[in-house]
Design a protein around this ligand. Sequence first.
Ligand SMILES: Nc1ncnc2c1ncn2[C@@H]1O[C@H](COP(=O)(O)OP(=O)(O)OP(=O)(O)O)[C@@H](O)[C@H]1O
Length: 320
Amino acid sequence: MSDVLAVNAVNLTKTYGPLTAVDNITVQIGQGEVYGILGPNGAGKTTFLRMLFGLIRPDSGTLEVFGRSWPKNGVSALDGVAGFIESPKFYPGLTGRRNLQLLAGLDGGTAGRRIDEVLEVVDLADRYRDKVRGYSFGMRQRLGVAASLLRDPRLLVLDEPANGLDPAGIRDMRALVKRLAESGLTVLLSSHDMGEVEQICDDVTIMRTGSVVYHGSIAALREQAPAQAHRISTTDDHRTETLARARGLQVSHTEDGLAVRGPQRDVDALIADIIGASIALRGLSLSETPLEALFFMLTESAPGAPTADLNIPATSGAHR
Ligand SMILES: Nc1ncnc2c1ncn2[C@@H]1O[C@H](COP(=O)(O)OP(=O)(O)OP(=O)(O)O)[C@@H](O)[C@H]1O
């Protein structure tokens, strides 16, 4: 496999009037990687993908896909790239197979011969005769992946593929993306869900209001994640806080009580202390997972603060 990066975006910026949607970001994805672009709504993920597909032009910076760029190579910059931004669109009155035939006709080449194979890959082989209007949202998303696979891509780009799916649809879509990734395809997936990216991707760029706040491996990010908090609410949170601190636990205040972090045995001892002190326990639950907590810290706190606190410079984990 060549050393050429699947995606090499350097110092990309895109503005809309006064708004900087993407602010000087660098994203480098090796061939065969399963890469996540993660961020809350408005972070700039879709704007980045639009630039990658040549739908909009960056104000500055360079973007190469397998060594090709729009300014130098025009539309052939997209050779080997397939995917969809937001939701794929189909003719609802035509069957899934007919829709794929029309797309294969536009693509030419060997695409037409791959229709049955790609329907099989996305688990729609038994529904290909049905009209798309009868498909669930998840089936349409999977048909979108099938349409992308018709082009036999080397890079598959998926913009929030699990968005709007029910739990079963999310499970099926994740399983599909994992299978595709295992087949050696380079996958670029945008998402606002840390759990999804953690399950599927090896590496991630986390964005917030147009900027990169982290890029590197999920494994390196996991090492920085804080301990999972227990959310506790009682009839006397003030005394509970004193008891928790006496146990050496970290305590912060939440909307409905306290968030307590520390070794499980100390949390267990605290619960016994609370009951021993005749304080009634009203609620006890685990907060978001450590990586989710880290994601919120990176994307929601004051600019500059999270990365400093967590010792994660925005450019940490540079993998080349
Ligand atoms: N065509 C446009 N004109 C003006 N502003 C835009 C345009 N496209 C995007 N923006 C703005 O750029 C910012 C980034 O939007 P973008 O859609 O890239 O974010 P995102 O991370 O994909 O979020 P979402 O998950 O909500 O799609 C937002 O503030 C958005 O309102």
